[in-house]
Design a protein around this ligand. Structure first.
Ligand code: HEM
Length: 186
């Protein structure tokens, strides 16, 4: 477990190439109403790096948060995402969300090969995420977006989309890891 977390932390804190959107996927924009945000983040030349920094910082924050970190313990193990795939798929998803010319789920290059990211229900099917851990994740993510200088107006527009994924991400048979219990996780 520790080795997986360490590997993910190392990858998250290294200078990752934005391998989400800009790697051969030729999808149409999933959120064309957000293309102004993409331009505001620097457009095709600069926005992928800005999104990649947010993703890396968000992952680092999630691994430093005792309420979210335990759920990432299987990263890098057989049958689970590698750190590279997880960050690549997150990059694609956030490139799309912030108005880039991409759609999620789609294809990414991760671990040196083309891979297809999973939809949200499939990706989280065996993670056992309780509702309060999802809420904590959203708070941590918003903190990373703010810390990286993403305008509050952009965060306000992206947040409902992310919060709207809750039903697909949380588990009907949640696991209470870290400090959470069923009693304090309403
Ligand atoms: C709106 C909220 C969320 C979004 C947008 C999101 C996005 C993603 C994406 C794009 C992937 C990669 C899918 C793939 O590899 O095909 C993923 C996987 C994963 N996510 Fe999330 N996620 C969210 C919430 C959470 C929460 C709350 C947790 C736990 C605290 C979590 C833990 C994981 C784990 C552990 C994986 C890898 C699963 C495995 O391979 O076994 N996610 N997520």
């Amino acid at each position: 477990m520790k080795r997986s977390l360490l590997a993910l932390a190392v990858v998250a804190s290294s200078t990752l190439v934005a391998c989400g959107g800009g790697n051969g996927s030729t999808n149409a924009a999933q959120f064309p109403q957000n293309t102004d945000m993409w331009q505001g983040l620097g457009g095709d030349t600069k926005a992928p790096a800005a999104v990649s920094k947010v993703v890396n910082d968000a992952v680092t924050g999630l691994l430093a948060d005792p309420k979210t970190a335990p759920y990432f313990a299987n990263i890098g193990k057989p049958g689970h995402d590698s750190a590279d795939r997880l960050t690549a798929c997150l990059n694609l998803q956030f490139d799309a969300l912030f108005g880039g010319p991409y759609s999620y789920p789609g294809q990414v290059v991760a671990d040196g090969r083309l891979q297809t990211c999973d939809d949200m229900a499939t990706a989280h099917a065996d993670v056992g995420i309780p509702g309060c851990v999802f809420d904590q994740f959203i708070g941590d993510l918003a903190g990373a977006l703010t810390a990286d200088g993403v305008p509050q107006a952009y965060i306000n527009r992206a947040a409902p989309v992310l919060v709207g994924l809750k039903g697909q991400v949380v588990s009907t048979t949640p696991m209470y890891l870290g400090p959470n219990t069923a009693q304090n996780c309403q």
